[in-house]
Design a protein around this ligand. Structure first.
Ligand code: NAD
Length: 364
């Protein structure tokens, strides 16, 4: 249910030049940080999230608490429920939508493929339909993913690369969003921007991701499983991107979206938001060892065939030119900030303040 009094006060902006943004997935990792930064910059923000239990819910509740303390209200609704997003969109005079809610993760699709169809496809259509019925001039910025590059071997990955062979169901739903965006632009002239995030990490991050579960294991003295490339036994690498850089890219995308004169929407835009520094997983583990002062027990195992790719590397020239995007946090600094948060949040040894649900969580 939406508490209208809280929603209206949450939407308040400091002056007319500012945006009023409806953020889906606001209790998620990227959603919380972006909502807090928007609010702190004087924009109005209303969040929407279904608080699903894909990973432990206490962390989502903690993010909600931080949002509430900053004056950001999160309506507890499921995007895929018909009309739920439309109801939220009718609450305030929104100027923008930031659509981040999704079923994330590539491996969980083996366990629960339907959740990807429901949140990422049906949810996306609910957003598009509500905007086209209520106010076509509201620009939508939505999260895509570096996973759309699939088994692309040409590096760095550029938005111009042809990507039509996703390696996971997750990637297939994100690529579908980009394709659907073209249909909604062609038919209704909606203003749409897709952001291909590259492995985002930082404080309040996602427990299902490797940097998070590795930190938990290193602090507990448990072994970590490091995936190897089945083709040559080499390491996987990721273009790890610090959360503050992603938040900046999201906000610049909102600020630069919209009609390009005479109310005509710009063609759908796609931007890579990465760090342009492909980094071997062992370098990330070294950074965890340094930040925690503990040794990792590494077990090398072949990468399972569940949708991961060997390497990611973003070309961000378009985002630099059009958004002024400029990633600035390296892996050591970023992991150090993450570990500082982790110990503060879970306790000095990494578990004292964790709930039983969080301690038992093993990821996918
Ligand atoms: P997250 O899981 O922390 O956040 C997503 C939020 O959406 C969650 O709080 C979840 O409860 C909510 N949600 C899911 N389905 C919903 C539904 N049907 N209705 C309402 N709420 C729903 O993930 P994140 O890391 O913050 O990712 C944000 C977006 O960025 C997602 O679209 C994700 O696919 C994309 N992305 C993330 C990364 C990354 O490395 N974190 C990389 C590429 C793309």
């Amino acid at each position: 249910p939406i508490d209208y009094t809280s929603a209206h006060s949450s939407c308040g902006r400091t002056d007319d030049d500012k945006m009023i943004v409806l953020v889906t997935g606001a209790a998620g990792f990227v959603g919380m940080h972006t909502s807090l930064t928007l609010k702190a910059s004087g924009h109005g923000v209303l969040g929407l999230d279904n608080f699903n239990d894909y990973y432990p819910v206490p962390l989502k509740r903690a993010r909600q608490k931080a949002l509430l303390a900053a004056g950001v209200y999160v309506a507890e609704r499921d995007l895929a429920d018909e009309g739920a997003f439309a109801e939220a969109l009718g609450v305030c005079a929104f100027t923008h939508v930031l659509h981040l809610a999704a079923q994330a993760g590539v491996r969980y699709a083996v366990v629960n493929p339907q959740s990807y169809v429901r949140s990422n496809l049906m949810g996306f259509v609910e957003v598009m339909e509500a905007v086209r019925h209520l106010d076509k001039s509201i620009p939508v910025v939505y999260a895509s993913s570096s996973s759309v590059y699939g088994l692309n071997t040409k590096q760095p990955f550029s938005e111009e690369d042809r990507v039509d062979s996703p390696a996971s169901l997750y990637a297939a739903t994100k690529k579908s969003n980009e394709v659907m965006a073209h249909a909604y632009w062609n038919i209704y002239g909606l203003s749409l921007t897709g952001l291909r995030f590259f492995t985002v990490y930082g404080p309040f991050g996602r427990p299902d991701m490797a940097y998070f579960s590795f930190t938990k294991a290193v602090l507990a003295g448990s072994p970590i499983k490091v995936f190897q490339n089945p083709a040559d036994g080499g390491e996987l690498s990721r273009d790890f991107t610090y959360i503050d850089d992603i938040v900046h890219g999201c906000i610049r995308s909102l600020e630069t979206s919209g009609a390009s004169g005479k109310g005509v929407a710009k063609p759908p835009r796609i931007f890579n938001l990465g760090n342009t520094q492909p980094t071997e997983v062992s370098v990330m583990v070294n950074a965890i060892e340094k930040a925690t002062g503990r040794k990792a027990i590494r077990k090398f195992v072949p990468m399972p065939a569940t949708g991961d790719v060997v390497s990611t590397f973003a070309d961000v020239d378009h985002a630099r030119t059009e958004l002024g995007y400029s990633p600035s946090t390296g892996i050591e600094e970023g992991i150090s900030k993450f570990v500082t948060w982790y110990l503060d949040y879970y306790g000095p040894n990494g578990y004292e303040r964790a709930t039983p649900e969080e301690l038992a969580y093993k990821g996918y």
